[in-house]
Design a protein around this ligand. Sequence first.
Ligand SMILES: [Zn+2]
Length: 134
Amino acid sequence: MAIRISRALYDRLLVEAAADPAREICGLLFGTDERIEATEPAANVAADPARWFEVDPVALFAAIRAERAGGPRLLGHYHSHPSGVAMPSAQDAAAAFDAGRLWLILGGGEALVWRAVPGGPVQGAFEPVRLVVD
Ligand SMILES: [Zn+2]
């Protein structure tokens, strides 16, 4: 299982995360089964954004509605771990109700992609997806 992303988009996500080192940044991922084609920053509305993220539900539901109306396909979302690694945390696993969606996590100067899978091998909630930067 692999998904591709352009070098420009990958670097933009790293810059976006690095620009906000005190908070988890987050946003939405759009594209196809083969490629993340676009990203859209969203507000992190978590009560404690230094430690957790919650994609602004207004942005999330707008994207879901647009997808149903024939708009860009929503692949999942991204967020950062400002002082951590790009692996799902136990807290991420506890929130991974969105089976099949991609979770792109930024941390430690890299981005890794995970798919939410109930009972998956990582934290019991995710499987790794190889990210090809081209
Ligand atoms: Zn996380």
